[in-house]
Ligand binder design. Structure first.
Ligand code: ADP
Length: 478
C-alpha cells in the first residue's frame, strides 16, 4: 500500500516527453543493431580477406622454395628479403621452420614472433589444408595472423612455410568504424530528440487546443463546441465524439432547465391561491360559511400541490434510472373495471355515457397502482374534454402476447399541430380549458413513463371525432 502511494506520488510524465523518449529509444536501438551488424560483418570480411591473402602468399613462398631448390637457405632468405623490400610490405613476413620448430629462413631481420613456435606445432600435412593462428608478438602492439603449411622439399626434407600478417591495420580500421558508429548514434540521438519533440508538438497541438476549448465550456455556455482539424484522423474523430456528447448534454441540460422553470411556474398557481385563501381567512369580518368554503378551496389546492409533487417525484425517479415500479400479477380487466366504476358517478354527473367492453380475462405482471394511475389519467382527460351528451368508451383485448386498451371519446379532440407534443411534460394543448380543470400538463407524460417502464407503448390515434388513446402492455407469459 505504501509502495502504491509512492508510485502515485511520482510526477506525471507528459505525453509529448514520453513520445520523444520512445522515438529516441527506438532510433538508438535500430542504430545500435545496424552498427553491431555492420561491425561484425566488416570484421569477419576483413579477417577472411587477410586469411585468403596469407594463403596465396604461402603458396607463392612454397613455389619460390621449389624453384630455388639448389640455392642455400641464406640465399633464399636474401631473395625473399629483397623481394619484400621492393614490395614495401612491412606488415607481411615469410618464415621457414624445420621440424624441430627452429626458424631457418625469415624475411624479417627482427623477427619477434615466439621462437620456438609458442603454439603447438601444426600437424604435418604436406600439401594439406593451411592452418591459421592469431598470435601475440612483443614487437607489435597488435596480434599477428599466421598462415602455416607443411612442405616436403625433395632436396631439403620437411619444412613448415609461414606467412604472417600484422593485424594492426585491421584493428585501426575497426576502431575508426567504431568511432564512426558512436558518432552516428550521438547524431541520431540528437536528431531524434529534436525531431521527436517537433513531431510530438505537432501531433499534440490539436489536443492542447481541445483542452483549452473544453476548459472554456461551462453550464453558461454549453453551446460552444471543440474545434476540429477536419482531416478525419483519430483526434478529429475524438473531437467529433466529444462534440456529440456536448450536444446531448446541452439538450439534457436545457430540458432540465425547462422542466425546473415549468415546475416552478406550475407550483406558483396553487401557492398564490393558498396565499389568497389565507388572506381572506385572516380578514376580520369574514363569515363562518365563507371561512369554511375558503378552507375547502385550500384543501383542493393542497391536493393539487401534492399531486404535482407526486408526479414530479415519479418523473425524477424514472429519469434517474432507479427502479420505480413494484410489479405483481393481476387481472388488467379487473383493474380497468375498478377505475371505470370509480369514474362512473362523475360521468353520470356530467351526462356522459361511459362504457367498458372486454374480450377475456388478461393477466399482466405490472405495478397495479401505476397501471390504475394510467387508466385514471386517460379516463379523467376523456371526461374532462367531452361535453354533456357525449360518450367515453374503453375496450380491452389481447393478441400475440400484447394487451391493448383503447380509451376513446367524442369530445373536443386534439388538433394535429398538438399531437407531437401532448406527451411532453407540462404541455397543454388548451391551457385555458385544462388548468381550471386541475390539469398540470403532466398526466400524459406520467402515462408514457409508466407504460414504457413496463415495456409497453402509448399513443394518440387519429380519429374523425374526439380523441383516442391506445395503450399496449405485455401479457404474462404463463
Ligand atoms: P393535463 O393534466 O393538463 O390534462 P395531460 O398531459 O394529461 O395534461 O394532457 C396534455 C394535453 O393533451 C391536455 O392539456 C389536452 O390539451 C390534451 N388532451 C389530453 N387528453 C385529451 C382528450 N381526451 N381530449 C382532448 N385533448 C386531450
Amino acid at each position: 500500500m505504501f509502495y502504491g502511494k509512492l508510485r502515485r506520488a511520482r510526477p506525471p510524465v507528459k505525453v509529448g516527453t514520453r513520445l520523444t523518449l520512445w522515438g529516441m529509444g527506438v532510433t538508438l536501438a535500430v542504430c545500435a543493431v545496424l552498427c553491431c551488424g555492420l561491425y561484425v560483418g566488416l570484421s569477419v570480411s576483413l579477417h577472411q580477406e587477410v586469411d585468403s591473402f596469407l594463403e596465396g602468399e604461402v603458396q607463392e613462398f612454397l613455389a619460390i622454395l621449389q624453384e630455388e631448390q639448389d640455392d642455400s637457405l641464406e640465399e633464399i632468405e636474401r631473395d625473399i628479403r629483397r623481394e619484400l623490400g621492393s614490395r614495401l610490405r612491412r606488415d607481411l613476413t615469410f618464415r621457414l621452420l624445420d621440424t624441430a620448430g627452429q626458424v631457418v629462413v625469415t624475411s624479417d631481420p627482427h623477427d619477434a614472433l615466439p621462437d620456438p613456435w609458442a603454439q603447438p606445432m601444426p600437424p604435418k600435412r604436406a600439401g594439406g589444408v593451411p592452418r591459421f593462428d592469431t598470435v601475440e608478438s612483443s614487437r607489435f602492439t597488435h596480434p599477428v595472423r599466421v598462415c602455416s603449411q607443411w612442405a616436403d622439399l625433395p632436396a631439403r626434407g620437411e619444412f613448415l612455410a609461414q606467412a604472417t600478417y600484422n593485424l594492426g591495420d585491421i584493428a585501426a580500421s575497426l576502431t575508426t568504424f567504431r568511432r564512426l558508429c558512436l558518432g552516428t548514434m550521438i547524431l541520431a540521438a540528437g536528431l531524434s530528440l529534436i525531431g521527436g519533440r517537433w513531431l510530438a508538438r505537432r501531433i499534440l497541438h490539436p489536443v492542447q487546443r481541445m483542452t483549452a476549448a473544453a476548459r472554456r465550456i461551462g453550464a453558461d455556455n454549453l453551446s460552444r463546441r471543440l474545434s476540429r482539424t477536419g482531416n478525419e484522423d483519430e483526434l478529429d474523430r475524438l473531437g467529433a465524439v466529444l462534440n456529440e456528447m456536448l450536444e446531448r448534454l446541452e439538450r439534457q441540460f436545457s430540458r432540465i432547465q425547462q422542466f425546473s422553470a415549468d415546475a416552478a411556474h406550475e407550483l406558483r398557481t396553487p401557492l398564490a391561491a393558498l396565499r389568497g385563501n389565507a388572506e381572506v381567512a385572516l380578514s376580520s369580518n369574514v363569515a363562518e360559511s365563507e371561512l369554511r368554503s375558503v378552507l375547502e378551496a385550500s384543501i383542493e389546492e393542497y391536493d393539487r400541490l401534492s399531486r404535482i409533487a407526486d408526479d414530479l417525484l415519479l418523473l425524477a425517479r424514472a429519469g434517474s434510472g432507479r427502479p420505480f415500479l413494484s410489479p405483481s400479477r393481476f387481472s388488467l380487466q379487473a383493474a380497468v373495471r375498478d377505475v371505470v366504476d370509480l369514474f362512473a358517478p362523475l360521468a353520470q354527473d356530467k351526462g356522459v355515457s361511459l362504457t367498458f367492453t372486454s374480450e377475456s380475462t388478461i393477466q399482466i405482471d405490472a405495478d397495479g397502482a401505476r397501471i390504475r394511475q394510467v387508466i385514471s389519467n386517460l379516463l379523467d382527460n376523456a371526461l374532462k374534454f367531452t361535453p354533456a351528451g357525449g360518450t367515453v368508451r374503453l375496450s380491452l383485448a389481447a393478441s400475440n402476447g400484447t394487451a391493448e386498451l383503447m380509451v376513446s371519446d367524442s369530445g373536443v379532440g386534439i388538433a394535429p399541430e398538438h399531437m407531437p407534443h401532448i406527451f411532453d411534460r407540462f404541455y397543454r394543448a388548451d391551457a385555458a380549458r385544462s388548468r381550471p380543470a386541475g390539469g398540470s400538463g403532466l398526466g400524459l407524460a406520467i402515462c408514457r413513463t409508466i407504460v414504457e417502464g413496463h415495456g409497453g407503448s402509448i399513443e394518440a390515434c387519429n380519429v374523425d371525432v374526439g380523441s383516442c388513446f391506445r395503450v399496449r402492455l405485455p401479457v404474462s407469459s404463463e
